[in-house]
Write a protein that binds this ligand. Structure first.
Ligand SMILES: [Zn+2]
Ligand SMILES: [Zn+2]
Ligand SMILES: [Zn+2]
Length: 140
């Protein structure tokens, strides 16, 4: 958590109480909190904060690459994760919304080279996999 704060500071961002609270929430809310869940947590620290402020701060952390936003397509909205490991992808259950980290990247260098054939220089990519988790798949 202190590391995230350091990254923000290094990039010239002020560490406002809301920003600190958002980062605390990300660290404390368990894996894959929604923006709503982060907002609920932050309001226990700084009660006057608006959902917009939370969302703006989350978007900033995502833009800086220190938090990833996972598009769950679920009723409760996207979930967030502090980026701790190398880039990785997620498996998302479209039935119950469970998200799991996939610890390898299924994109090959060959595929990337093919995608760059037209002269486009790829610097990053994001990819999410949708389907049914083991529980939902076996429930039929
Ligand atoms: Zn499921
Ligand atoms: Zn992950
Ligand atoms: Zn990848």
């Amino acid at each position: 958590m202190e590391q995230l704060i350091r990254v923000l500071r290094d990039k010239g961002f002020k560490i406002t109480p809301q920003r600190r609270a958002v980062i605390t929430a990300l660290a404390k809310c368990g894996k894959f909190p929604t923006a709503q869940r982060i907002w609920d947590y932050v309001r226990t620290i700084t009660p006057d904060v608006s959902f917009d402020t939370i969302y703006r701060n989350l978007s900033l952390l995502v833009e800086l690459g220190i938090v990833s936003e996972i598009h769950t397509k679920g009723r409760e909205g996207n979930v967030f994760e502090i980026v701790e490991t190398d880039h990785h992808h997620h498996l998302i259950c479209v039935s119950c919304g469970t998200t799991q980290c996939l610890d390898f990247c299924p994109v090959s260098h060959g595929d990337l080279a093919k995608a760059e054939a037209g002269g486009f220089k790829i610097t990053s990519h994001s990819l999410e996999f949708y389907g049914y988790c083991r529980e939902c798949a076996s429930a039929g």
